[in-house]
Structure formats: C-alpha cells, structure tokens
Design a protein around this ligand. Structure first.
Ligand code: NPQ
Ligand code: MG
Length: 368
C-alpha cells in the first residue's frame, strides 16, 4: 500500500458521568481520530492520549504534533506499506506509543478492508464474544459508589474494577465486597502508592481481589517485585509495561503475576499481541485494558481481547458506559458480553452524521 493522505480529526466526547482517578477528574475526552487514505482504500485508527500528561507522558496535542511532524511523513516516505512495516518504520522515533498505535491501527484497518479480513481473524482470535468488566472511578462517598456498582452489576457487567488511592481503598473495597458478595473484584491505583505502603496494601489481601493494578510508579519494577513479597493479592502492571521486552523483564523479576495489555500504551496491536505471547509462554494471565476509547478503539480492543491468552475479564465496556452517543454504531452489552466485530478491518467506522456533530477540528497532514 501507498500512503496518500493522513487526516487528524479531534472529537469532543462528553462522559456520561465524571471519571475520577488518582490523577484527576475527567468530564470529557478530547479524542484524536486518525483517518488515512491509501491506494487500497481508507482506514481509521484512534489515538488514546489524554488531554494532560498525567496517566502517562503522552498528551493529545503532543500526539497530534509528533504524528504531523515525524510519524506520518516517515510512513509516507517508506514506500510499500503494510501492517508489519509500520512498527519497523516508526521504531526510530522514541516513545509516543499512543500516537504510533493510532497510525498503526489505521494502516491495519486499510489493509484488512482491502483484503476483506477482520481484525480479529488477522490477530488470531479464538472467540466471537468477550466478557466485559467496568472500571469505576473514585467517588465522593461509599453509598454513591455502592449505587454505581449496583447499577453496573444490574446491567450485566461480569467484573468490577475500583479505582483506589490513599484514603480511598480499604473502606470502599470492604463495602463493595460485603454488599455484593462473591463478585470478581479488582483495584487500580494508577501509581498512587509507595513501597513504604506495603503493609497497608497487604490489608487488601483479606478481600480476595483478582489483582491490584499498578500500585507504584511506572519505572519502579523492583519496587513492585518487593511489594509482591509482602502482599498476597496478585500484582498486575499497566503503566510499567510499554513493550514485550519490559513485560519479559517484569515477569522475570517477579514484579507482576498478571499483565494489563493496553494496545495504546505499547504502540499498537502488534506489540500488544507480542506481550500476550510472552505472557502466555510464561503462564501469566492477561486482560485487555482500556483508555475510554470510542467505538473505533473499542472495536480493535475487542478483536485483541478475543485472543486465547486473555483469560481475565478486561476493561472493555459498552459504549453507553462512557458516551451517550458513540462515534460508531454503539456496542451494546448482551449477557455481560460484547460481540467481536466480524466485518473487514475494524468492522466499524465512524458514522458521518455523528462525526460531523462531535468534530472540533480536522487537519490534513502535509506528507512532503
Ligand atoms: C487505567 N483506564 O487502566 C485507565 C486509566 C484511564 C478504564 O480505568 C479519562 C479519564 C480517560 C480517566 C483513560 C481505565 C481515561 C481515564 C484511561 C483513565 O489505568
Ligand atoms: Mg490502569
């Protein structure tokens, strides 16, 4: 394939309710959609960078800038393009995984549409539907949290993840466990703790959590290994895992017993699959993380989460968990599951009328 055009589209997506984590409260997503045009047809991708560099170092204006100035021109200059060439061509630029992921997804979508193959079939999916979990933000009070969790369980979600931080951990976990009994329950700290909190975090052990996600700083692999010797709840890494190589190192060092595979964080779906493969080879269960993607990113996540090593329930929720109106046909929960798209490429595309309404800017990247 030859890259003829790259279009960057910013869409404003208000959240149905504020989402609070240890790194702040968000009321809307400022999403960067990537549309490419090739000689074989068009393709879509989603760049999941948030507005501020608080979850990770990337942020949406920076992602748009690096795509415009470096990544897209390099792809255009690289000649014959295909899914696997993207990572090779972009490898000379450091970091910027979310920007790379958005571009790689668009190239894969274009290629697979032309070949009439689904993303799931391309990646090696083993199932046609995926069980869904929901990530529940920090709330102002425990009763408010219990109401939210009750609503999600009634909708059919099969696993609950609570965001925690110092001051909002033992009490909400105990309350949810007492009220809802034997549900699949886990927590995510988004780096809010220190190794010196090990004794405190060990008090979560009695609540039989599936895992505790990313308690310590992104670069603190040894700290997580040390923590794992004090806490019996399995430790899962999110922010720390940026590649198959870092996954292999974290596993070898005993820093994690479970891995959150989040395509946006690792440069795209092909590296995400490599992480899945490394984890499967090491007996480490994985699950698919999320960045509050629109339907474009959600479709791709569903394809990935259908791989055989995804044995734990992930953060892929229905469209209406986050958005009153998704940019694609909405994904609806059925018996706690979402269907893996079967159409060519992502199997979905933005709906032109919705896209029109939510778009705040469109730029055409000059490809030189
Ligand atoms: C995580 N995702 O696992 C991330 C963090 C995250 C589903 O918990 C707006 C507000 C967008 C908060 C994207 C989930 C966000 C956000 C991702 C949090 O750590
Ligand atoms: Mg996380």
């Amino acid at each position: 394939m030859k890259l003829d055009a790259v279009e960057l589209r910013r869409v404003a997506m208000p959240l149905v309710s504020p989402f609070r984590t240890s790194f702040g409260t968000q009321t809307a997503r400022d999403v960067l959609l990537v549309r490419i045009v090739t000689d074989a047809g068009e393709g879509w991708g989603e760049c999941s960078a948030l507005a501020d560099p608080r979850y990770s170092s990337e942020y949406v204006d920076g992602a748009a800038d690096v795509i415009t100035r470096f990544l897209a021109p390099a792809l255009a200059a690289s000649g014959d393009l295909n899914a696997y060439a993207v990572g090779r061509v972009l490898a000379s630029f450091r970091g910027h995984w979310m920007a790379k992921s958005g571009l790689e997804t668009a190239v894969i979508d274009a290629q697979l549409r032309a070949q009439e193959q689904s993303f799931a079939s391309f990646l090696g999916a083993a199932r046609d539907r995926v069980p869904c979990g929901v990530s529940v933000g920090i709330m102002d009070s425990v009763p408010q949290l219990l109401d939210a969790v009750e609503g999600y369980l009634e909708e059919g979600y099969l696993r609950i993840k609570l965001k925690i931080e110092p001051g909002w951990d033992l009490e909400p976990v105990r309350a949810v466990r007492e009220r809802f009994g034997d549900i699949a329950l886990q927590v995510d700290a988004n780096t809010a703790y220190a190794v010196s909190d090990a004794r405190h975090l060990a008090r979560l052990d009695e609540y039989d959590l599936v895992l505790i996600e990313q308690p310590l700083e992104e670069d603190d692999i040894l700290g997580h290994a040390e923590l794992a010797r004090t806490v019996t709840t399995p430790i899962c890494l999110d922010e720390s895992i940026t590649s198959a190589r870092t996954a292999a190192a974290a596993i070898r060092l005993g820093a994690c017993a479970i891995v959150n595979v989040k395509p946006a964080r690792v440069g795209g779906y092909l590296e995400a699959r490599r992480i899945h493969d490394v984890c499967v080879a090491n007996g480490i269960p994985v699950w698919c993380g999320g960045m509050l993607e629109t339907g474009v990113g959600r479709a791709a996540n569903l394809a990935l989460a259908a791989l055989p090593g995804f044995t734990l329930i992930g953060d892929i929720s229905a469209s209406d968990r986050y958005y009153a109106t998704d940019v694609t046909e909405p994904f609806r929960l059925d018996d706690g599951h979402l269907p893996v798209p079967t159409g060519p490429g992502l199997g979905v595309a933005p709906l032109p009328d919705v896209l029109e309404r939510v778009t705040t800017s469109v730029t055409h990247v000059p490809l030189g």
